[in-house]
Design a protein around this ligand. Structure first.
Ligand code: GRF
Length: 202
């Protein structure tokens, strides 16, 4: 039976769609059990519903982190989720949530971590003057964008790049590597040694 994903979003939802596309194309053996947005107006919620996915808008505004995360955990449990995938989820998770889904939370970040964690990573990369940037699929731990790295992809930073142009180039790679990373984790064919995620040899 396919493993069940819970996808957390706050906005546009293009990584969510990339995951749904990979499942539809049989490149990823999984089922999206629930999509949850902490922002009521997130465009990704409507997109998820158009695809016939179970999508829940659970407003976080005004709630403290622990209280909100308890609601999230309840919702994810109700949907019997095996793996939580953050896809543009703009809220820091509580330690309680992270312990509840220990090594079962993934994120996609638009830089080559550990460079440029946090907000506006593409802008940070441009400001810093790096010649290459990219994206990182990683496990989520308590430090911001800090968990063991599953995979990365590199893109060039061009001389006349804007943050938008760089973001678009990086996003294309996010859509490729995130479903692959999810597939690896769901397959169980890896082990975590310290900070290193190693693929098991076939
Ligand atoms: C992506 O750039 C992702 O790396 C970052 O937030 C953005 C989300 O985009 N964490 P989308 O909502 O998946 O289109």
């Amino acid at each position: 039976m396919s493993k069940r994903l819970g996808i957390l979003i706050s906005g546009r939802g293009s990584n969510l769609l990339a995951i749904a596309d990979a499942i539809a194309a049989h490149r990823l053996d999984a089922e999206i059990a629930v999509v949850i947005s902490n922002r009521l107006e997130a465009p990704g919620i409507a997109l998820a519903r158009e695809r016939g996915l179970h999508a829940v808008a659970l407003a976080s505004k005004g709630l403290d982190r622990e209280a909100y995360d308890h609601q999230l955990i309840d919702e994810l449990r109700r949907s019997r989720v095996d793996l939580v995938c953050l896809a543009g989820y703009m809220r820091i998770l509580s330690g309680h949530f992270i312990r509840e889904f220990h090594q079962r939370i993934l994120n996609i970040h638009p830089s080559l971590l550990p460079a440029f964690p946090g907000l506006d990573a593409q802008h940070q990369a441009l400001e810093h003057g790096v010649k290459f940037s990219g994206c990182t699929a990683h496990f989520v731990e308590e430090g911001l964008d800090s968990g063991p790295i599953i995979s990365q992809a590199v893109v060039p930073v061009l001389a006349d790049d804007t943050a938008d142009a760089l973001s678009t180039r990086i996003l294309e790679e996010e859509h490729r590597i995130y479903p692959e990373a999810i597939g690896l984790v769901l397959s169980g064919q890896y082990r975590i040694e310290g900070r290193r995620v190693r693929r098991n040899l076939k």
